[in-house]
Each structure stands twice: as C-alpha cells, then as structure tokens.
Design a binder for this molecule. Structure first.
Ligand code: GTP
Ligand code: MG
Length: 321
C-alpha cells in the first residue's frame, strides 16, 4: 500500500489503517513520516483533552465515563492511553481494553494504548503522531491519558487544550512536593475515589493550595483551576466534570482566538518532535565509533568532555542536514 493510499484510508476513518500507521510509527519506519506529512493539512480541528495522574488513580475508568458522556452529547471521541506499566507487566493495557470494551463496537470511538516499553522516549515519539492521526480522522474530541511524572509527559500535556489532573486520597506528601508542577498543568482537578478515606482531607489540601495560588496571581483574566470530586467507578461526578470541561473550553475560546491556539500548539509540537529526534540520534550516537574515538582521546588527555560533547552534537546535526 502506498503512503497516499494509507493516508486516504485514515482520512476515511478506517481503524485498521490507523492501527497500521501506528505500528509504522512505533517501529520508527520512514514510511510513517510520509503518511503523517499527508495527514498534517487535515489536522487542527479536534479538541484535545489531557487526563493525567498517578498510576492506579482511576484515569482509565474516568476516561471511559467521559467517553460515554461525550457520546451521549453526540460527540465522536478518539483516545490515546499511554500504558504506564513497567516492562515487566502488561497489566494496564489489558485492564484498559477490558474497561473500554463497551465502546469497542462504536464507530464514533477509537481507542489505542501506546506501550512505552519502559522507554519514555517512546511516549514522545508515538503520542503526538497518534494525536495527529486521530485529529486527521476527524474525531471531535481526542483524549490523551498519561501518567504525569516526567518531562515527556508534561510536554504531551501541553498539547492539550484542557488538562484534567486526577488525584486520589493518600498522596499528601506527593501533592505538597508537586504543587508548582500541578498548578502549571491542571485546568481541572478531578479528585477521584470520593468513597475512599482521606478524600475530605485531599479536597481541603487542594483548595488551600489553590487559594494560595490565587493570592499570588492578581490577573483577573486567568482561568483558576476548578475542583471536581468524582467516583469514577460508579460514574458519580462525571456529568459535573464534563460541564466544567465545557466551561474551560468556552473560556479558552473566548480568551484566545483559534489561530493563536493553533500556533501555540504547533510550537509545542515542533519543539517536542525536535527534542525527541535529537534524543533518538544521541542514543544512536552513543554507539558509534566517534564516541569511542573521543573517549580514547579524553582518557589520553587530548580533549576534554565538553569539547568532545560539542563534537558529537556537531556530527549529529551535520548528519541530518
Ligand atoms: N474505590 C474506588 N475505586 C476506583 C474509583 N475509580 C477507579 N477505581 C479503581 O481503581 C483501580 C485503577 O483504575 P484505573 O482506571 O485502571 O486507573 P488508571 O489511573 O488508569 O491506572 P493506570 O493506567 O494503570 O495508571 C481500578 O481497580 C478501578 O476500579 C473510584 O472512584 N473509587
Ligand atoms: Mg489507565
């Protein structure tokens, strides 16, 4: 199949064609780029919702509920779930599949798990590509489920129009430690597992954190993160959460014109892809003769580590131009 054929099929929303392209992306196949380039002009129309939170906080359960609610509102939904499990267990993928099975027969829903294979670089390579694919397929909403720990995930969260951070009781110290980071990415806090002990305390902590933040910022134009208690396993609080997501969307659409938002997203996307590519090439460079040669010279006192690193960077950039 040519890249043009594959692109056409994806634009016709054929799930199998999309899955095929994603395999090409995962394998780092050059053909993937050609197809993605053809899809690019058809992107920029979906509304991207990020759902971030610790492993086991109930993200997939919540996303499943969000999908159902959005479908009830006649919206189509594409979803990327980044599998956070260690390379030793495939549990989460299986869990996600089972939980999301109720949407399996619905053509208005497309769900894909991206395995990280324990390699965070894999997230930043596959996820933006997957978002592009779902966008080109014409889904109204794209939901990206990710574990918000590393820089890679934070970069992916930045691609989202609205970011929901899922928190659960029993994380007191983590929340304290993460305050700044969370404030930066959360438009909405979904405080999940409202049935579990410590939920009231979690709500108090987050409210206190938000109040402090509000004092620090006098800017009346900004969006202040909202708090939504949920019990995803029972679907409780999900309607309010969806309403709050729509409120944030309205605020965003009023405060920043579409063109500006598209350009900002494009900036994040380019920076993310450039960083990923550089990272991949650096990993490759680590196995080349150049590094070995430089190491020998360093040990012999003929160079210093900074000059040697510069040489590696120069070689990488030269090789790609
Ligand atoms: N008690 C309670 N359990 C919940 C709630 N929401 C989800 N769970 C349970 O929490 C467990 C983890 O849920 P998942 O949806 O897989 O969580 P996740 O954040 O997607 O997990 P990973 O993808 O592995 O990081 C499951 O056993 C859910 O049934 C809730 O509101 N209350
Ligand atoms: Mg999950």
């Amino acid at each position: 199949m040519t890249s043009a054929d594959l692109a056409t099929r994806i634009l016709n929303r054929e799930p199998r064609a999309a899955a095929r392209l994603m395999r090409l992306v995962d394998d780092g196949a050059p053909a993937a780029r050609e197809v993605l380039a053809r899809l690019s002009p058809h992107t920029g129309n979906a509304y991207i919702l990020g759902v971030t939170g610790n492993p086991g906080s109930g993200k997939s359960t919540l996303v499943n509920r969000l999908i159902a609610r959005l479908r009830a509102l006649d919206q189509t939904v594409g979803c990327v779930a980044i599998d956070p499990t260690s390379p030793f267990s495939g549990g989460a993928i299986l869990g996600d599949r089972v939980r999301m099975q109720e949407h399996a027969m619905d053509p208005g829903v497309f769900i894909r798990s991206v395995a990280t294979r324990g390699n965070l670089g894999g997230i930043s390579r596959s996820t933006p590509a997957m978002v592009q694919v779902l966008d080109a397929m014409g889904f109204d909403w794209i939901i990206v489920e990710t574990v918000g720990v590393g820089q890679d995930e934070v970069d992916i969260v930045r691609l989202a129009d609205t970011s929901v951070v899922v928190l659960v009781p029993g994380l007191g110290d983590d929340v304290q430690a993460d305050k700044a980071g969370l404030m930066e990415i959360a438009d909405i806090f979904a405080l999940n597992k409202s049935d579990v002990a410590g939920h009231a305390r979690l709500q108090r902590e987050i409210r206190a954190m938000l109040a402090l933040h509000r004092q620090a910022r006098s800017d009346a134009e900004s969006w202040f993160p909202q708090i939504c208690p949920t019990r995803a396993s029972e679907g409780e609080g999900v309607e309010t959460l969806v309403e709050t997501i729509f409120e944030h969307r309205e605020w965003l659409e009023e405060s920043a014109p579409l063109e500006l938002r598209r350009r900002e997203r494009a900036e994040h996307l380019i920076a993310l892809i450039a960083r990923t590519e550089l990272h991949a090439r650096l990993q490759h460079a680590a196995q080349t003769d150049l590094i070995k040669e430089l190491a020998t010279r360093l040990v012999d006192g003929q160079t210093n580590p900074y000059a040697a690193a510069d040489q590696v960077l120069e070689a990488i950039l030269k090789a790609s131009s």
